[in-house]
Write a protein that binds this ligand. Structure first.
Ligand SMILES: Cc1cc2nc3c(=O)[nH]c(=O)nc-3n(C[C@H](O)[C@H](O)[C@H](O)COP(=O)(O)OP(=O)(O)OC[C@H]3O[C@@H](n4cnc5c(N)ncnc54)[C@H](O)[C@@H]3O)c2cc1C
Length: 201
């Protein structure tokens, strides 16, 4: 769908559904279809608050789109499951190791493309070592991941997820995303972003 030209280069994350037990955000990103500037809307839910009473997932998305003058029913809707990282997820067994979403994407935002590439680099190191030793238990893979920049950001993001979504009150969400923005940016800079530069070989 097309939006006002002034906003075409802007991307929005809005965490307003959290107080209604949808532990995620509505997004509104710029995109292109056949060279045409368009917008991509969606809603992400970690399902962390799924045991509690909440509206259907479509409702906050439809409400937000309506606020911008769009009717959700006029547009194609697609749904995709996502598997997010949890430090307790098994990541390998002898002769099999997992990468990408099979281990888990970032739980805060559902970001997983850069992670998938990071997992690939670490898995390649583990496979390389296994070939040299002719031993394929992949027993060092978890340690390798945990000590990598990727493992550290995933753990940090998992911890942050366990804090920011269960503290679901509207006042807390406004405090966090609006008033504590400089602190959020600092924490993100130190613990969440730039992990690619910290990959150990
Ligand atoms: C709606 C949505 C929006 C997203 N937006 C972002 C974003 O903005 N930024 C971001 O970083 N991440 C985003 N993600 C997450 C990101 O897409 C994934 O984390 C990432 O693609 C994971 O990469 P992957 O290689 O592990 O898995 P995939 O990209 O899922 O690749 C797995 C591939 O394996 C194939 N496959 C499956 N089973 C078999 C089989 N039996 N045999 C052969 N092939 C098979 C599949 O067809 C697929 O091509 C989004 C996800 C969704 C659902």
């Amino acid at each position: 769908m097309q939006r006002h030209a002034l906003e075409q280069d802007q991307a929005y994350f809005d965490f307003f559904p959290v107080p209604d037990n949808i532990a995620g955000y509505v997004w509104d990103f710029p995109t292109q279809i056949n060279g045409e500037p368009m917008r991509c809307w969606g809603i992400y839910d970690t399902n962390l608050l799924a045991g509690q009473e909440r509206p259907p997932l479509k409702k906050p998305l439809a409400d937000e789109m309506a606020r911008h003058g769009f009717n959700l029913d006029d547009h194609e809707l697609k749904g995709h499951p996502i598997r997010w990282y949890d430090p307790f997820n098994p990541i390998s067994v002898p002769r099999v190791l997992l990468v990408g979403d099979a281990v888990g994407a970032d739980p805060i935002f559902g970001e997983g493309i850069s992670m998938a590439l990071g997992y690939g680099a670490i898995a390649a190191q583990e496979i390389n070592t296994s070939i040299r030793r002719a031993e394929f238990s992949f027993s060092g893979y978890k340690r390798r991941l945990v000590w990598s920049g990727l493992g550290q950001t995933l753990l940090a993001r998992w911890v942050i997820t366990q804090i920011i979504y269960p503290l679901k009150w509207r006042w807390f969400q406004i405090l966090l995303w609006r008033f504590l923005k400089p602190i959020v940016i600092l924490v993100a800079w130190v613990f969440v972003l730039n992990w690619g530069k910290r990959i150990r070989t």
